[in-house]
Design a protein. Structure first.
Length: 580
């Protein structure tokens, strides 16, 4: 009876005091209603309208007010209120300013318990309609600070004076500069699990850009996502900061496809685009909810440029990486950029890549690349990793164990029937018909880059050529047979039989020492000794030509192969040559 009398005498404004006291007792924060208050009864939902409303943030936040609005219209579920649950199916805000903050201790300003840590102490809100508003969010632990402006714009989709929401975002996300703008539907369906919310957005985060258009159901939980997504950036690896999932390093890329999400799976379907100068297409699925994200992908490329694979194995954008020492500037050839194995624990992955044609700077027949990558518990295995080359095949199995520091690596490579004549344009131009190359490489080492792994490698390298022909003039030049060189230069070169060619090295702590090195033809046999230093990237080989026929004028000198991988030097023994 008393409430009825109060309503009759003073209207609903008498409720302002009790409501403000109730909020203070339950949350320790001030609710202020400065304007008129009115209530429209209904069952099971009643509507409450208040003008000039503000609700304070906790004392630890940077901003004093969590919400300040010129007008608030709220639909309240009375059934849930009787059960002591505050459920708001719909809320309308007029010229609202909202600021949300999360503390380093895990407190969240939007939780309404006294410590702001009880996830159950929040108001359940279904849909929110805004006329104009500003939203701020800050999380210093995640180095995130965002400012969102929202306004309404007329739409031609309806004749009911409905307005779309236009929004813009500025700030930082995980310390990356963020900028975004877009359009959404007239009502934010925060927890509506049935009604898709239309969204169109273009955003950049750091050097990564994304364009989205489609629908999202349940904006807070992202229950269902159905959108067209275009993604671009300078390096796919940079997505780790945004998504917390390790991706391979790439050259600049741009892809677009269909993004679908339901339950725990995110699927990027039928995407296509390029990275570097290589085309790429396929589908990928990321499943969350377990200890590690699970990634599965099927990728295809019609033409893949080998240089675009460089960043994945630790090559920089340039063909070589320069390291400056105290003594001199030395050009390094072996990949030196470190793998980021500390990120491998973020995901388990099964990825298969097929490429029909492989392209490189010099025309070489490479084709049919097949790579299967498996990453499980920070152990990365490429098996198989193979491709066709000049009619032959190179296949390998590579294992990198990221659980150890530095990374423990093992590589087993098999070379079958590779034509050297087709592999080297210089050999092809000389009409030399060298046979096919076969070999096996079995190495293991430790390091955080390919260069460091090879610098500590142990194992064996074996290779041999089967048959063929080679320029007689070339072999006479190797033996410094001046008379034969003069004769062939005048009469014309001819081919001689290549009996065999073989090389074998024992590899210990990054140093390859010859156990066999021989090149045998009808004219002469060349024997080699010495070593190749993978750590210093230097040659130290001596080749001894031995003629099979007596030459009336031969200087006969050992040949020294020295210098760096980037600038090898081939020299004769100048003293012996001068004496002869």
């Amino acid at each position: 009876m008393v409430p009825i009398i109060l309503i009759a005498l003073f209207g609903w404004n008498w409720l302002r005091g009790p409501m403000e006291n109730f909020a203070l007792q339950k949350t320790g924060r001030t609710l202020s209603i400065q304007g008129d208050l009115s209530v429209t009864f209904g069952w099971p939902v009643a509507r409450l309208h208040a003008a000039s409303v503000s609700f304070a943030n906790p004392s630890w936040t940077r901003e004093k007010q969590m919400i300040a609005a010129q007008g608030v219209d709220v639909a309240v579920d009375l059934v849930q209120m009787l059960r002591r649950h505050i459920v708001i199916p719909e809320m309308r805000l007029d010229h609202a300013i909202v600021f949300l903050e999360q503390s380093p201790e895990g407190r969240k300003s939007w939780l309404l318990d006294l410590d702001q840590k009880d996830e159950g102490a929040r108001i359940q809100i279904g849909r929110v309609a805004l006329d104009y508003g500003k939203l701020g969010y800050e999380d210093s632990t995640q180095k995130t600070k965002l400012q969102v402006q929202i306004s309404t714009v007329p739409t031609t989709r309806s004749q009911n004076n409905v307005a779309d929401l236009r929004f813009s975002v500025l700030g930082a996300y995980k310390d990356l500069p963020v900028k975004a703008e877009g359009l959404g539907g007239p009502v934010l369906a925060l927890s509506d699990t049935k009604r898709p919310y239309p969204l169109k957005m273009a955003a950049t985060a750091g050097r990564t850009g994304v364009e989205l258009e489609g629908t999202i159901t349940d904006l807070l939980a992202l229950t269902v996502v159905d959108m067209h997504m275009a993604l671009r950036g300078e390096n796919l690896e940079q997505l780790y900061t945004l998504l917390g999932i390790a991706f391979p390093a790439t050259r600049p890329y741009a892809i677009q496809g269909h993004l679908v999400h339901s339950e725990a799976a995110w699927r990027y379907e039928k995407f296509s685009g390029h990275f570097g100068s290589s085309d790429i297409a396929g589908s990928t699925t990321v499943t969350t909810g377990s200890k590690r994200a699970e990634l599965k992908a099927e990728l295809e490329s019609k033409q893949l440029d080998l240089e675009d694979l460089g960043p994945m194995i630790g090559l920089s954008s340039a063909k070589v990486t320069t390291h400056v020492t105290r003594a001199e500037s030395k050009v390094r050839v072996l990949p030196a950029l470190p793998f980021k194995a500390d990120r491998w624990s973020s995901v388990n992955a099964e990825v298969q890549l097929r490429a029909i044609t492989l392209r490189r700077a010099k025309a070489v027949s490479l084709d049919n690349l097949l790579v299967h990558l498996s990453l499980q518990d920070s152990v990365l295995i490429l098996d198989p990793f193979g491709f066709g080359v000049t009619g032959g095949q190179i296949t390998s199995r590579i294992k990198l164990d990221g659980r150890s520091s530095p990374i423990s690596a093992h590589a087993s490579v098999r070379v079958q029937n590779v034509s050297l004549a087709k592999l080297s344009p210089a050999i092809a131009r000389s009409n030399t018909k060298i046979g096919r190359l076969n070999g096996n490489f079995d190495l293991e080492g430790r390091g955080d880059s390919v260069g460091n792994m090879l610098a500590s490698a142990n194992g064996k390298v074996v290779a041999h050529l089967e048959g063929g022909q080679i320029s007689k003039l070339l072999m006479e030049k190797v033996g410094l047979h001046l008379w034969e060189i003069l004769t062939l230069s005048l009469s014309g070169d001819r081919m001689v039989k290549l009996s065999c060619a073989a090389a074998a090295f024992d590899v210990t702590k990054g140093k390859m020492k010859t156990t066999a090195l021989v090149f045998d033809t009808e004219v002469s046999t060349v024997y080699g000794t010495g070593s190749i230093d993978l750590a210093q990237e230097e040659f130290d080989l001596v080749l001894e030509p031995r003629t099979k026929n007596t030459s009336p004028l031969a200087l006969r000198s050992p040949i020294f192969v020295r210098g760096s991988f980037a600038q090898p030097k081939v020299e004769f023994d100048k003293v012996k040559v001068a004496i002869r």
